[in-house]
Write a protein that binds this ligand. Structure first.
Ligand code: NAP
Length: 311
C-alpha cells in the first residue's frame, strides 16, 4: 500500500464540509492523522462523541501545529480571523487551503497571513447539502463533484498537484481557475439560484395564512425544491452575498432583464417566445445530466443523507 498523501491534515471548522472531508479522508486513507477544531465548545464536544477525528483541539493555533495540510472550513467572512490566528503556528512547507464558496474575497483575507515557506491555494468543493453542523457530514459528499482550485502565481506546481491529488482521492474532479472567474461562474450557477430560492420562499412566508397552507399542501409542484435550497445555512449564505457582491449584482442585472423579457412575452401572449425559451432550458438540463452532475430520477430533495447533494 502506498504511503498516505499527507501526514497530518488539520481542519479548522467542523460543520458539513469540514466533517465530510474528515469522513472522506479517513475512508480513503489519504492522511496518517486527521485533527481539527471548531469555534464552540458544543461543536468540539459533539465531534469528540462522533469520533471522526484523531484529535479535537481547543484552538485553531493548536490544530495547525505540525500539519502538512490545513483546510479552513468556516463561513467566508470568518477566513481572515482564522488566517491571522493560524499564520504564526503553521509548519514550514505546509499547504493551506479553504473550501469557501467565494474565492477572490478569501484570497484577499488569507494570503497576507501566510508566512514564507508555506503555500496558500484557495479551493471550493462544489458539493453540499442544505444541512449544516458536524452531524451533517458524510464520506461520499465529494464523489463525482467538481472541486475548483484557484492557485496564486506564487503557488508551486508541486503543491497544487498534491492538493489536486487530495481532492481526486476524495472522489472529486479538479479544475483550476482564477478567483475572479470562479466568482462570476458561481454567481450564476449557485449564488443567484440560492437568492431566488430565498426570495420565493420569503414571498410565500409573507402571504396570508390561508394561501400559505394551500402552498404547503401543493408544494410538490416545484416549490418544494426551492424550500430545500432556502433551508441552507443563513450565516454561510449571508457571507456569500456580502463577499461576492459585484459578481452577484452583475448576474442579477442580466437575470432581471431576462425576467422582464418573460414578463413581456406573457403580457403580449407571445407563446412562441415562451416555448423557445423553455426548449432551450430543457436542453441545459439534458446537458447537466449527460455531464453526470444530475440524474434523471425525480427525488424531490430526498437523496443521500435525507437530502439532495447540491453546491
Ligand atoms: P457549517 O456546517 O455551518 O459549519 C461551519 C463551521 O465553521 C462550524 O464548525 C462553525 O463552528 C465554524 N464557524 C462559524 N462561524 C465561525 C466564525 N465566525 N469563526 C470561526 N469559526 C466559525 O458550514 P459549512 O456548510 O461546512 O460551510 C463551511 C464553508 O464551506 C463555507 O465557507 C461555505 O461557503 C463552504 N461551502 C459550503 C457548502 C454547502 O453546501 N454547505 C458547499 C461548498 C462550500 P461552530 O459549529 O462551533 O459554530
Amino acid at each position: 500500500m502506498s504511503a498516505p498523501l499527507f501526514n497530518r491534515v488539520a481542519l479548522v471548522g467542523l460543520g458539513l464540509i469540514g466533517s465530510s472531508i474528515a469522513h472522506a479522508a479517513r475512508a480513503n486513507g489519504v492522511a496518517k492523522e486527521i485533527v481539527g477544531t471548531a469555534r464552540s465548545d458544543k461543536t468540539r464536544a459533539r465531534v469528540k462523541e462522533l469520533g471522526f477525528l484523531d484529535q479535537v483541539m481547543e484552538t485553531a493555533a493548536e490544530a495547525v501545529a505540525g500539519a502538512d495540510l490545513v483546510i479552513i472550513c468556516v463561513p467566508v467572512c470568518a477566513s481572515e480571523a482564522v488566517a491571522r490566528e493560524i499564520g504564526p503556528h503553521l509548519s514550514p512547507g505546509a499547504i493551506v487551503t479553504d473550501v469557501g464558496s467565494v474565492k477572490s474575497s478569501v484570497v484577499a483575507q488569507v494570503e497576507p497571513h501566510i508566512p514564507d515557506g508555506c503555500t496558500f491555494i484557495a479551493g471550493h468543493p462544489v458539493a453540499g447539502t442544505e444541512h449544516s453542523g458536524p452531524d451533517a457530514g458524510f464520506a461520499e459528499l465529494f464523489e463525482g463533484r467538481w472541486c475548483i482550485l484557484t492557485p496564486a502565481a506564487k503557488a508551486t506546481p508541486e503543491a497544487t498537484d498534491r492538493l489536486r491529488e487530495f481532492w481526486s482521492t476524495l472522489g472529486s474532479n479538479v479544475d483550476i481557475m482564477d478567483p475572479e472567474h470562479h466568482d462570476l461562474v458561481l454567481a450564476i450557477t449557485s449564488h443567484i439560484p440560492h437568492l431566488i430560492a430565498y426570495n420565493i420562499v420569503g414571498t410565500v412566508a409573507d402571504l396570508e395564512t390561508d394561501t400559505r397552507s394551500e402552498v404547503i399542501k401543493y408544494s410538490a409542484s416545484g416549490f418544494r425544491d426551492f424550500t430545500r435550497i432556502a433551508a441552507s445555512d443563513p450565516a454561510m449564505w449571508r457571507d456569500v452575498f456580502l463577499s461576492n457582491k459585484e459578481a452577484v449584482l452583475e448576474m442579477l442585472g442580466r437575470f432581471s432583464e431576462d425576467l422582464s423579457g418573460l414578463q413581456r412575452a406573457i403580457r403580449r401572449g407571445d407563446g412562441e417566445a415562451l416555448e423557445k425559451m423553455f426548449t432551450r432550458t430543457r436542453d441545459i438540463r439534458r446537458n447537466i445530466i449527460d455531464a453526470g452532475q444530475e440524474t434523471e430520477r425525480a427525488d424531490f430533495g430526498r437523496g443521500l443523507s435525507g437530502s439532495s447533494k447540491k453546491d
